[in-house]
Design a protein around this ligand. Structure first.
Ligand SMILES: *[C@@H]1O[C@H](CO)[C@@H](O)[C@H](O)[C@H]1NC(C)=O
Ligand SMILES: *[C@@H]1O[C@H](CO)[C@@H](O)[C@H](O)[C@H]1NC(C)=O
Ligand SMILES: *[C@@H]1O[C@H](CO)[C@@H](O)[C@H](O)[C@H]1NC(C)=O
Ligand SMILES: *[C@@H]1O[C@H](CO)[C@@H](O)[C@H](O)[C@H]1NC(C)=O
Ligand SMILES: *[C@@H]1O[C@H](CO)[C@@H](O)[C@H](O)[C@H]1NC(C)=O
Ligand SMILES: *[C@@H]1O[C@H](CO)[C@@H](O)[C@H](O)[C@H]1NC(C)=O
Ligand SMILES: *[C@@H]1O[C@H](CO)[C@@H](O)[C@H](O)[C@H]1NC(C)=O
Ligand SMILES: *[C@@H]1O[C@H](CO)[C@@H](O)[C@H](O)[C@H]1NC(C)=O
Ligand SMILES: *[C@@H]1O[C@H](CO)[C@@H](O)[C@H](O)[C@H]1NC(C)=O
Ligand SMILES: *[C@@H]1O[C@H](CO)[C@@H](O)[C@H](O)[C@H]1NC(C)=O
Length: 480
């Protein structure tokens, strides 16, 4: 498609009031490597299946029939061709969380911003490169709250020059999630009603790599539910060093992650390598990712891995927590140990460790490679994030007093490119238009009692090659 040249090289920053974390990550230092990038093709087949991750059977919205979905492993420099085959019975989209998508914003997977939803019984092919990022990422549906129903999985981007590659022997992906026995459509229609009074629905459980036990006495007698469905088990070979890639895929709940009696050396925060930093417990918010190195240097035995749900985050501490065990566990099993449940104590409960238990304090994280930070910003944008009841007593998230109303079949990128638009209605929450190369500081003030991570989505670079725009698609899907 050919468009007018005046639209070239314009960048519009759209800020969505979604869960997510704000990341200012600049290009990593250039290092020579011998790796020849490849094209990696993946097929993600989305469909509903009855599963019982914690023993309680429900309809899970799956990627390839499992919860969690398959882990995609690629190498820095690769091109990813990802076929998303939608058989969910409703529209969808796929967001590849944490990738810059420079020059391919239309593959960022955000309906209403960068694409139209992928209709039922339709395949959409994402096609992008990862030239300058590596580390721990994830993919998830960005349509309504489908990821809370299961449409998610990990993406690992290996660095051929990983500075820590000689410091660990094996890698383990650990996905943490809160888990709801109701489908998200039920949860959302309750939350967006006056009855909820703005209190988020309480999860029913927490899962580590898609597994946990549930007390079936809390379920209706008629509901299919198996007690002791089983915990995730991580096998450690004594003496080996493991890089654990921990990803928080929760909708809402905070966890504190730890392994009894094992210290962890933090080395990566969301694609950014850090100086080794020793901790005992890792606190991670929704959508955040960390890598830690753990050494199997204890006597051969079994140890609890923990992801304690922070119950005091559930709206307010006066609200009783019902039918929920916040002590989410998995088992670290040393090869050669028996198969009995561990009897170990958590860091904070162990009288030998209680007084020197180190929780992650992000102020102590230091990047491994120093990077040039621009001396000053061309523009500073101040944003105020808050929650308030609207005229119908429905609790809404607001940015600078305005709730975001998505025009899902008229994505912002299409409005800019096809309609040549540069002014938008207030509820599009577009707070600035910038030229490329401008340095922008974004200062987010959180006016809510809860923690709200933010992240950047859809910085819309529009590029021209020989007068052809490689850009957003009209919502016809005629090209597929
Ligand atoms: C998903 O399942 C299909 C078969 O339905 C398979 O061909 C494909 O490789 C699987 N995708 C991944 C990423 O494992
Ligand atoms: C979705 O597409 C499938 C064919 O793949 C069809 O059988 C089903 O009825 C469709 N569902 C809806 C809700 O349109
Ligand atoms: C689903 O898509 C296939 C391939 O495009 C088509 O042949 C089939 O008729 C569609 N099914 C429905 C129920 O729309
Ligand atoms: C992916 O994009 C590249 C660059 O635009 C193009 O050459 C290639 O044909 C595309 N591949 C697919 C499968 O669409
Ligand atoms: C979720 O399901 C349970 C059991 O079916 C029900 O009692 C509860 O009200 C539901 N919660 C919401 C928020 O809809
Ligand atoms: C995941 O994020 C949620 C929401 O911010 C948070 O409540 C939870 O504690 C986090 N989980 C972990 C393991 O940090
Ligand atoms: C985190 O570390 C910083 C810098 O060392 C310190 O000033 C701050 O008090 C610490 N915060 C907590 C909660 O310990
Ligand atoms: C958002 O509101 C704050 C004050 O609450 C104001 O200082 C700021 O300029 C506003 N930001 C934008 C982009 O309008
Ligand atoms: C942020 O927004 C809330 C709700 O609109 C308002 O009460 C508060 O004063 C604002 N704070 C700032 C710093 O503008
Ligand atoms: C973009 O650059 C042009 C030319 O330098 C300037 O006139 C214009 O004001 C800039 N736009 C923004 C939003 O800064």
């Amino acid at each position: 498609m050919i468009l007018s040249k005046s639209l070239s090289l314009r960048t519009i920053l759209c800020i969505l009031a979604l869960l997510n974390s704000l990341a200012f990550i600049l290009a990593s230092p250039i290092r020579k490597d011998a790796y020849v990038p490849e094209t990696k093709t993946f097929y993600l087949h989305l469909y509903k299946a009855k599963l019982s991750p914690d023993g309680f059977e429900r309809v899970v919205w799956t990627v390839n029939g499992t919860y969690t979905g398959p882990t995609l492993v690629v190498t820095k420099g690769d091109r990813l061709i990802i076929h998303v085959i939608n058989n969910l019975g409703e529209p969808t989209s796929m967001h590849f969380h944490g990738f810059f998508q420079r020059g391919t914003n239309w593959y960022d997977g955000v309906p209403g911003q960068t694409q139209c939803p992928i209709p039922n019984n339709t395949t959409f092919i994402y096609n992008f490169t990862i030239p300058d990022q590596s580390g721990t990422f994830w993919y998830h549906s960005h349509y309504l709250a489908q990821y809370v129903d299961g449409v998610l999985g990990a993406i690992i981007v290996k660095d051929p020059n990983d500075p820590y590659q000689n410091d660990y022997d094996e890698e383990i992906v650990v996905l943490l999630s809160d888990w709801y026995h109701n489908e998200s459509s039920t949860l959302i229609s309750y939350y967006l009603s006056p009855a909820s009074e703005g209190k988020e629905p309480q999860p029913d459980n927490g899962l580590i790599n898609g597994r946990n036990n549930y007390n079936c006495e809390w379920a209706h007698a008629s509901h299919k539910c198996i007690d002791k469905a089983g915990l995730s088990k991580f096998n450690f070979v004594p003496g080996k060093r493991y890089r654990l890639r921990v990803i928080n895929t929760s909708a809402f709940s905070n966890f504190i992650f730890s392994i009894d009696e094992h210290e962890m050396d933090l080395i990566e925060v969301e694609g950014m390598m850090t100086k080794r930093h020793k901790i005992h417990r890792l606190i991670i918010n929704v959508a955040q990712r960390y890598s830690v190195i753990v050494t199997a240097d204890k006597l051969i035995s079994n140890f609890w891995m923990r992801a304690d749900l922070q119950a005091d985050c559930f709206y307010d501490s006066s609200t009783p927590i019902v039918n929920l065990n916040p002590y989410v566990k998995a088992i670290v099993h040393y090869e050669g140990a028996n198969h009995l449940d561990p009897t170990t104590k958590g860091w904070a409960d162990n009288p030998n460790h209680r007084y020197h238990c180190i929780d992650l304090n992000v102020s102590n994280l230091k990047p491994l490679f120093l990077e040039n930070v621009p001396a000053k910003a061309d523009q500073i944008i101040y944003l105020n994030a808050s929650f308030e009841n609207d005229d119908f007593n429905i609790n809404r998230g607001l940015i600078n007093g305005s709730t975001y109303v998505v025009d899902i079949y008229n994505p912002t990128i299409n409005q800019v490119l096809f309609e040549n638009k540069n002014s938008f209605s207030l509820n599009q929450n577009i707070f600035g238009q910038f030229n490329t190369s401008e340095v922008i500081d974004i200062v987010v003030y959180n006016d809510d009692v809860g923690e709200h991570p933010f992240h950047l989505v859809s910085i819309l670079d529009i590029i021209v090659y020989n007068n052809y725009y490689y850009g957003p698609y009209l919502c016809t899907y005629a090209h597929m």
